[in-house]
Design a protein around this ligand. Structure first.
Ligand code: GDP
Length: 197
């Protein structure tokens, strides 16, 4: 599938700056360095999404992009920075929680998980926050081209078991590599289907 490059709309650091509700939205989340920029680049060829989202000063805000006339993409800041102070983490969690609770147009959050590492504590916190806000999410394993001590199948099964215990049903785990492009089309199709349903 080919999407034209999304256009940057705005970056939000405080609740009052959230854009008013309109088009359907999907959001991308994950630990920093999980491969979020690379995946977004692979999904939306030639896009400036990843570049903008990696610009210093724009990395700690919710970045809103518009994809043609049918979808808003929201790039959430990478979490899990060891250096981030508690104050910053708290402020960010409050903004995120407020966004999630007040967004009926938010169709789904894609949570990216490094396929070599599986679920970490802050991924579980993100999933719990979404479960509480009754927001649908789908997990996407990244970097599956990379060799790891733990076989991909056991990471996959471990995460599937965790998902099965959650209060709401969630769509199945996707597996991707931005490097080899494996699985990219599956994510594109999922996004396309969400936008038009
Ligand atoms: P972000 O911090 O989540 O935006 O992560 P980036 O997209 O900047 O990627 C972090 C690092 O992982 C970079 O060195 C990328 O080259 C690498 N990376 C990202 N995706 C892949 C992938 O699919 N395969 C491999 N082997 N490396 C990847």
């Amino acid at each position: 599938l080919f999407f034209v490059s999304p256009q940057f709309l705005l970056g939000v650091t405080t609740l009052k700056d959230l854009p008013s509700i309109g088009l359907p939205e999907i959001a991308f989340a994950g630990r920093s360095n999980v491969g979020k920029s690379s995946l977004i680049n692979a999904l939306f060829n030639r896009s400036d999404v990843a570049r903008i989202s990696n610009t210093p000063g724009r990395t700690q805000q919710l970045n809103f992009f518009q994809l043609q006339d049918f979808l808003i993409l929201v790039d959430l800041p990478g979490y899990g920075y060891a250096q981030a102070s508690k104050k910053i983490v708290d402020a960010w969690n409050n903004l995120l929680r407020a966004y999630l609770k007040g967004r009926p147009t938010l169709k789904r959050v894609y949570i990216l998980i490094d396929s070599r590492h599986g679920l970490k504590e802050n991924d579980l916190e993100m999933m719990e926050m979404l479960d509480k806000a009754a927001v649908s999410y789908q997990l996407v394993l990244t970097k599956i081209d990379q060799r790891s001590r733990v076989p991909l199948s056991s990471i996959y099964e471990g995460i599937s078991r965790d998902l099965a215990k959650r209060p709401a049903a969630h769509p199945e785990l996707l597996v991707t590599s931005s490097r080899t492009k494996q699985g990219i089309e599956d994510v594109q199709k999922a996004i396309y289907t969400l936008a038009f349903n």
